[in-house]
Design a protein around this ligand. Structure first.
Ligand code: DX5
Ligand code: ZN
Length: 230
């Protein structure tokens, strides 16, 4: 499409994180973000071991599946994610990401997620070097680059994440892979254009979407600012 000084309009997807929504009104939350143009629903699964917080799990994913046709993206912040990853696919997840820091059998888990019929992702914390992704990357459909230390919504974007994002994009291009990049944590209307320019394609936003009480408008604004020429 298009061209603004011979550029291409890269397509971005906004993935609202329901962690910042009101859990007693999830149906309205989904309807609102969808109306704003969001295509992916980001579901943060935390076990109180890998991260210092406990959130939601399989039964909620199952209910979400019955309630929406949006892409369900489950971010597993749990120890031994290989024990549960396929269960999340069976519950209805379209995308499942597991942390490189949490899985000593990462390649096997990624293959299992794909075989079960979902997109497989590797999540990586701000302090973990990209080199740890190298061997498993060909088995991943996407990389979930954390731009905060996982555990809570509403944290500040870790500034070094922008440079890490650019290096990850380069790593993927150098290897001739088509791996997509998802960014997660501290993204809002003030920095979304930068993260898109740096190479992110799926943008998670929790507090920026649900924090102000007008999720539909918030998603629209993010989409508006995310559409950059690269
Ligand atoms: C953090 C979660 C994020 C979080 C994003 O552990 O993985 O998905 O909900 O929330 P914001 O956008 O508020 O940083
Ligand atoms: Zn997340």
């Amino acid at each position: 499409m298009g061209n603004k000084v011979n550029g291409n309009l890269r397509s971005f997807e906004i993935a609202p994180s329901i962690l910042s929504a009101d859990f007693t009104r999830l149906f309205e939350a989904i309807r609102d973000v969808r109306e704003g143009g969001a295509t992916v629903l980001h579901v943060d699964v935390m076990d109180g071991h890998f991260v210092p917080n406990i959130t939601i799990g399989l039964p909620v994913v199952k209910s979400l599946r019955a309630a929406t046709d949006m892409t369900i993206d489950t971010h597993l912040m749990i120890t031994e994610p290989g024990r549960y990853a396929v269960e999340f696919v069976k519950a209805g997840a379209d995308m499942v990401s597991v942390h490189v820091e949490a899985d000593v059998h990462l390649q096997r888990t990624l293959v299992a997620i794909r075989e079960a019929g979902a997109k497989a992702g590797i999540a990586i914390n701000p302090g973990t070097p990209l080199v740890l992704l190298e061997e498993a990357m060909p088995y991943a459909d996407f990389i979930l680059l954390m731009s905060v230390n996982p555990g809570f919504g509403g944290q500040k974007f870790v500034p070094t994440s922008l440079d890490k994002l650019r290096r990850l994009r380069q790593m993927i291009e150098d290897r001739g892979l088509t791996t997509r990049i998802e960014i997660d944590g501290g993204v809002d209307a003030s920095n979304i254009a930068e993260v898109c320019e740096a190479g992110a394609e799926i943008i998670v936003a929790g507090s920026a979407v649900f924090g102000g009480g007008r999720p539909t408008e918030a998603v629209r604004e993010l989409i508006d600012r995310a559409t950059v020429w690269v």
